[in-house]
Design a protein around this ligand. Structure first.
Ligand code: BT5
Length: 243
């Protein structure tokens, strides 16, 4: 299903993928770059993207209503966690919505961007960044404490082609299930790997801050938090695990 477009250096693989998608590139086109000059996190935050990482963006054109596409962020995280467990026996935890953690530190982040009409998706770009063969010491000070790398966890370099290939295979399997049966079919598996559910959390959204116990995720990847006022449904935000 996948066709890989390889680059040495780009600003952001998500930007290249969006451009290709807007020009009609088919579902399954994958943009990979060795280096990103302006790797992005959510809300235009910086994503440190030196040589040695796996920086890639996948173009998808799911035939679902636009709100359903948000769960692709969770599905991509699950695919990464499963791949890192299968290949390297690493135990990963998923933090809602888009972090893959090893021992509480971020090894991978996902940035999903959507172009849609009211009732129809034009394309989705799922950007995945995995800190693979990077020395943690090379991270800028402000990120070093929150991040980890596969090299740091395994004390050796990994084969990035093998990781990419296996991850795309895993993602394809999960995506097929999502297309046929929606995220509800994958939700239990996501929850099993998640460290967010059952935890006291603080979630900061554009409009407010919500504190409570994270109870569940919904069909569109939203988080349900039990607060003193009742259950709150959160579509997007930054989640902090408390205690
Ligand atoms: C993310 O945002 O975690 C999404 C990261 C997506 C990166 C991929 S790489 C391929 C594709 N092309 C792109 O331009 N992006 C995607 P967010 O949840 O907002 O987290 C951003 C925060 O993570 C930053 O503010 C830092 O604190 C931290 N951070 C930055 N670089 C990091 C890294 N390499 N590893 C771990 N944490 C990092």
């Amino acid at each position: 299903m996948f066709k890989i477009e390889h680059f040495y250096e780009v600003d952001s693989t998500n930007d290249v993928a969006k451009q290709l998608a807007a020009n009609g590139a088919p579902e399954g086109t994958v943009v990979i770059s060795e280096i990103q000059r302006k790797g992005r996190g959510r809300k235009e935050r910086e994503w440190f993207s030196p040589k040695g990482g796996v920086w890639m963006s996948i173009i998808l054109r799911p035939k679902v209503s636009p709100p359903r596409a948000s769960s692709l962020t969770l599905i991509a995280g699950l695919a990464v966690a499963k791949t890192l467990s299968e290949l390297y026996n690493l135990e990963c935890k998923l933090k809602w919505p888009n972090d893959v953690l090893i021992n509480g530190k971020k090894v991978c982040g996902v940035l999903t961007e959507i172009s849609a009409e009211i009732d129809k998706i034009n394309y989705v770009v799922v950007g995945i960044g995995i800190n693979a063969n990077i020395d943690i010491a090379s991270f800028p000070g402000e990120f070093r404490d929150v991040a980890t790398t596969l090299k740091n966890e395994l004390n050796k370099d990994i084969l990035r082609d093998e990781l990419t290939e296996q991850l795309l295979e895993e993602l394809e399997k999960l995506y097929k299930i999502f297309q046929k049966q929606g995220f509800s079919k994958l939700k239990e598996e996501w929850k099993k790997s998640a460290s967010t559910i059952g935890r006291k959390v603080r979630v900061v959204t554009d409009r407010r801050t919500i504190e409570g116990i994270a109870r569940d995720v919904g069909e569109n990847g939203e988080l349900f938090v039990e607060t003193q006022e009742g259950i709150e449904k959160i579509i997007s935000g930054d989640c902090i695990h408390l205690r």
